[in-house]
Structure formats: structure tokens, C-alpha cells
Design a protein around this ligand. Sequence first.
Ligand code: CP
Length: 320
Amino acid sequence: MKFFRYASDMGDLRQALNEAAEIKRDRFKFRSLGENKTVLLIFFNNSLRTRLSTQKAALNLGMNVIVLDVNQGAWKLETERGVVMDGDKSEHLLEAVPVMAQYCDLIGVRTFARFESREADYTEQILNQFIRYSGRPVFSMESATVHPLQAFADLITIEEHKRSVRPKVVLTWAPHPKALPQAVPNSFAEWMRAADVDFVVTHPEGYELDPQFVGDARVEYDQMKAFENADFIYAKNWSCPGVTRSDDYGKIINTDRSWTVDADHMAVTRNAFFMHCLPVRRNMIVTDDVIEAPTSLVIPEAANREISATVVLKRMLEAL
Ligand code: CP
């Protein structure tokens, strides 16, 4: 695997899940694979889970790890070509990326949507500059529009906990005080469509996800109706994707707290498991009692980030 952004980069998901199970049984099984190999993890944004789980995955495989927080200690980077660099940005990504590539074999990039331009975000401008100018295999650690390491970990978690062959999985929008990217719901929708599940998305009008990710998935605007007989509830906030109203891209267009996942919502499900990628704002996205219930999978999900990252790094090492 040379690049990891989309479910299709993973190939057959059944095979990927088998590989994940194999690694979970013995996460050090492939530790000789990464000997004398270095992964560079570049963070343009904050992270707890991705930072720790990806480092742990690299260590499982015997790799060396370098972590760079671009906004703390590196030169401030310009990302637009053609800009007269007379401001506070001292280095251009077009030099910085090939330089960084000199010191590593694989590169992981965390860079959020900027909400300045839908086009810039949805063409993955920054991630693609790493792909184009590094000459190295590159994986997204959540980029402008996708979070594939999270979606793969979510799929592993569903596989481990499902009580029927084809469970009903509901992705629900929930309110949040700050505008958040669409990366997690985009990837979750994309991966659920590729998996063998009955997938339903529910959100207020105006929050329609980009068709390249949501495809022909069932969209239900009545949240309670969507929750009926669900086996898994996956809650997440996202800002307006700008699909139906492009001027609203990246904005908060609904603050309705009735969308917060609470015990009344969960009561109409089939004793569903609750999922969220974390970090989560309690009593905005989900109430304390739901996230603390025995059916909450937020910690196993986070634990599976180590497994998804180990599978991805292993495949990238095998392809070097
Ligand atoms: N879920 C997730 O990616 O968490 P972090 O932002 O803390 O890495």
C-alpha cells in the first residue's frame, strides 16, 4: 500500500479485518518488518489518540518514530504557491516536504479542514502536496475530508461486537458549539458502505454529506425513526458540508439540542452499542449516562486505533 486515504486503498475489507484480528492476537508478530525504518508523523493540528496509537503501532512493528508538531518548534509553513512570503510564514511546504522526506521511509499527516475554501479542503490540498512532493508512501492521520485510521478502527470494533450477521448501524449528527470538519463522518459513511452492514445516516436538513462518501446510503431526517432497532449508534458532529448550500460550507447551521443522544434515543434501539471517535463534549453530543453505560464502546474503539494503524503501517512496510 503506497497511500492510505480511502476504504478502496485497503482493498478487500474482510481480508483487512482478518489481518486486524491476527495482529490483535499478537501485536508484535511483525516486529522485524520495521527494523531500520522510520515513520515521520506530522501534526498540523492537536491529537491525543492518533498521536499515541500511531506511535504505538510503529513501535509494534519495530520502527523508529519521529513526531513533528508543525505549529510548535518548526518554521511556520506557507502552503499556497505564488504567495509573496512577506508575512509570518518563513518556509514553503514545497521545500519543507522534500526535506522532511529525507529523514524517513513513511509519512503520516494530520491536517484539518481550514474552511476557507470548500474546493481546497475537498481536493485535500495539503495531504496531496505531501503525496506529490515527498516521494514517500503517505497516510492520512485525519486530513481535510477523511479519517481512515478512525474508520478502520470503527469497523474492527463493530465486527468484534456485532450480534447479527448484518447489523443496523446509524450515523447520527449531534450538536456542538464549534464548527468541526466532516472527515470522521465522511470516512465512517464510506467504510460502512463498503462493509456488510445496514447503514443509515440521520442529520438535520442542510447537513447532507458529500455524495462521494455517502453515496446511496439511506438518509433519514427523523432521528428517532433512524434509531429504531439500531444495533450501533455512531454519534458525531460535523459542520455544514455545503452540498446543498455551498455558501454555508463549514458553518454551524443548526444548534438543536434535541439531537443530543440520550437515554430516550437509545430506548428505541435494539440495546444498541454507543460509539464516538473521541474527543467528545459530554451533554452536547451524548449524555453522561449513555457514554458511561456498559454498551458504550468509546474506549474499545480508541484501543482499536492501535490495531488499525498497525495493519496500515505493516502494509506500507511490505510495499517498500
Ligand atoms: N479520534 C481521534 O482522531 O482523536 P485525536 O484527535 O485525539 O487524535
